[in-house]
Design a protein around this ligand. Sequence first.
Ligand code: APR
Ligand code: ZN
Ligand code: ZN
Length: 359
Amino acid sequence: MVKALVARSAGADLAVEEIELPRPEPGEVRVRIAAAGVCHSDLSMINGTVRPKFPLVLGHEAAGVVIETGSEVRRVAEGDHVVINWSPACGECAFCQHGEPWLCVTMEGVTSRPRGTLADGTPTHVTLGVGALAEEVVVGEGALVTVSPELPMADAALLGCAVLTGVGAVHNTARVRQGESVAVIGLGGVGLSAVAGAQLAGAERIVAVDISADKEELARTCGATDFLISNPELPQVVHSLTDGLGVNHTFECVGRSDTIRAAWQSTRRGGTCVVVGMGSRDDKISFSALELFHFARTLTSSVYGSADPDRDIPGIASAVLSGSLNLDAIVTHQISLSDVPAAFDRMRHGEGGRSIVLF
Ligand code: APR
Ligand code: ZN
Ligand code: ZN
């Protein structure tokens, strides 16, 4: 039995429960979790934004050590330090074959079956096929990326979601180049990672935006050159900071129609507006036909940083180890499993950066 953070239903109180995980099947691996981040997508599982199956072990952003391998496991060995990739690619579907592993269609199958049982024998689902807010997980070996033991586990955990998502949106989706200007709206773990990624890409102007003044210092430490409190005049202010042009690239890291609209209007002619936040199906947004035509702006989304995790997680890990990507400002709270509800409260109020559970 291992301890895990379980939601019995949407809106129900969370509880640390004992769960029984299955033994690794062929190709599967048991990982002892060392660090797991509290990501907004975990909150989205229980607040009605998405509709997962319950009971549900929360968590999907984590790193740990391999403690048991099933038969036919080739990629990892006992003792390896690994980052969990919650979107392992099958390598065979049309999207994988097209070089877009982040769009792999097998995810739905992974998340639809239970994995493990609660103490009363009820089968439990695990978030995104992982369920990392737990002492251990059992996942397919394709969900593991080996990293250097020198990489601190808290940083390694972030690489599994927030950092891959934020840095990937900047480097892979928008392909930000040296000297360009960028605006990032929403400065949680994902948005702060986008800011740090923009600095790494050599962006000259990095405008960071949030509703919470708390975020200014964190954003500036990650590389922001300007900080703005979100307001209805945001696009005009962004234009005024950029010679009336708007920024080359905007990254919406909240998941709301009004911030997507603000991001779009802050994007210059020919620029790219990237929706990184996961919004709800009921939050509608409309564009006139003319404004979508004017002026060759791209509106796109970035799922899991448009990344190939097997290539990009090691790449980002090297950047962290060499000091060129600084994640120090992102983690503001090191907590235990029972403190996760308080971390969700901070998230609801826009307080602090990432909370990380250390086991
Ligand atoms: N304008 C600007 N910022 C806002 C607004 C707003 N209207 N509303 C909320 N924010 C800020 C919050 O203050 C917070 O700093 O957005 C940030 C969101 O951060 P987190 O809740 O920590 O979320 P994070 O884990 O970074 O994920 C961001 O990406 O992957 C998706 O599902 C995820 O939609 C979520 C988004
Ligand atoms: Zn996440
Ligand atoms: Zn695939």
